[in-house]
Design a protein around this ligand. Structure first.
Ligand SMILES: Cc1cc2nc3c(=O)[nH]c(=O)nc-3n(C[C@H](O)[C@H](O)[C@H](O)COP(=O)(O)OP(=O)(O)OC[C@H]3O[C@@H](n4cnc5c(N)ncnc54)[C@H](O)[C@@H]3O)c2cc1C
Length: 342
């Protein structure tokens, strides 16, 4: 199905694009390679306060993302997570965007809101090849926790994700082993205390200081070898699934291959409508550059607001871009599902 605007990246700027496009009656599809929307705000600093969102004196970064998601609720948009956009090709009146899962999306406009590039999970550095087990038995994020119900799950990592999922999966009956290279965690102290309590009551296994050494198995995981950093001894554990929560690397990703004019790692745009040197491809937010560019959320909001005007003209050639204040336009109130009687 053809969408009006295909947005690469569901960070704050990608999310706000849905709002501004929605006001003009345009439909967006957002694709992000992370397992949740919110980009840097949700991934890098969810609990940190932001003080420079206009009209919002204080919000944590996650609260900001939640507010943006609330703000776009009235609009019909599609959010595709856990997929990375790999390539784009020009088709009749628009673009075809292709992801790493070979899903194809036809669209009239592409908005690259890819921030600092794609975040990729850090994988363990092992001699064995375990790629055949990836996305079947080995995961770096969780799409559906029910997969792990009543299963043996080995979780590796020492941050919030490792701790949170240990607690969550134990709750749904998974037999969890949490393995970390030292007996100290980087995550929330409260969750760490819960994990230690679960271990004390034999509800989970906490194995420290261990690092993973080997994984055996082709269709299923047959055994996992772990190495004790204190005793220098190997031991074996069994699991149906492995979850690695070693954090994320920021990578520019495939943007380099999209034949767009770049300046360093950034995409060059004009400041009238933030279009790149290719018609119908726009770059908004941290990914773009122009004289005076600031990597701030509010700059990205401004950029995408102007970019959707041009996107509207491409979808509706010859039509005037409608302009209205959200305070007083009854048409906009209808789109926002707002009635004076409410
Ligand atoms: C610690 C910290 C504090 C900050 N504090 C502030 C502040 O107080 N005020 C402020 O205004 N700004 C702040 N910023 C900057 C702000 O977070 C960024 O300006 C903002 O996140 C940019 O939004 P974005 O939507 O352009 O990109 P991002 O938030 O980076 O989101 C881009 C998304 O695109 C995805 N992506 C990239 N490539 C692909 C691909 N090929 N396929 C699919 N998905 C892809 C990424 O996974 C990511 O989720 C801070 C940044 C940091 C790190």
């Amino acid at each position: 199905m053809k969408t009006d605007i295909l947005v690469i990246g569901a960070g704050p700027v990608g999310l706000f694009t849905v709002f501004e496009a929605g006001l003009l009656g345009l439909k967006c599809t957002l694709i992000d390679n992370l397992d949740k929307p919110g980009g840097q705000c949700a991934e890098l600093y969810p609990d940190k306060p932001i003080f420079d969102i206009p009209g919002v004196p204080f919000q944590t970064a996650q609260e900001h993302v939640d507010a943006l998601l609330k703000q776009i609720e009235p609009f019909d948009y599609e959010l595709v997570l856990n997929e990375r956009v790999e390539s784009m090709k020009e088709v009749d009146n628009g673009w075809e965007v292709i992801t790493n899962n070979n899903n194809k999306f036809d669209c009239s406009n592409v908005f690259i809101a890819a921030g600092a590039g794609s975040f990729e999970p850090i994988k363990p550095n092992l001699d064995c090849n375990f790629s055949n087990l990836e996305n079947k038995k080995i995961f770096y994020s969780i799409k559906d926790k029910n997969l792990f119900k009543n299963k043996r799950v080995a979780i590796f990592g020492g941050g919030d994700s490792a701790l949170d999922w240990t607690v969550e999966l134990e709750k749904i009956g998974a037999n969890v082993s949490l393995i970390h290279r030292r007996d100290a965690f980087r995550g929330a102290p409260d969750t760490e205390a819960t994990v230690r309590d679960l271990h004390k009551h034999n509800k989970i296994k906490l194995l420290t200081p261990y690092i993973i050494k080997d994984i055996k198995g082709s269709e299923d995981i047959e055994c996992i070898t772990i190495f004790n950093a204190d005793t220098k001894e190997d031991s074996e554990i069994e699991a149906d699934y492995i979850l690695f929560f070693y954090g994320l690397n920021k990578k520019l990703g495939p943007i380099n291959d999209w034949s767009l004019e770049l300046a360093g790692n950034k995409i060059k745009v004009n400041t009238e409508n933030f279009e790149t040197d290719r018609e119908g491809i726009f770059a908004v937010g941290d990914i773009n550059t122009y004289p005076g560019k600031l990597n701030l959320i509010l700059s990205g909001f401004h950029e995408t607001t102007l970019a959707v005007q041009k996107a509207f003209q491409r979808v509706n050639p010859g039509e005037r871009v409608p302009f209205g204040y959200t305070t007083s336009s009854t048409k906009l109130h209808e789109k926002l599902g707002f009635s004076d009687n409410k």
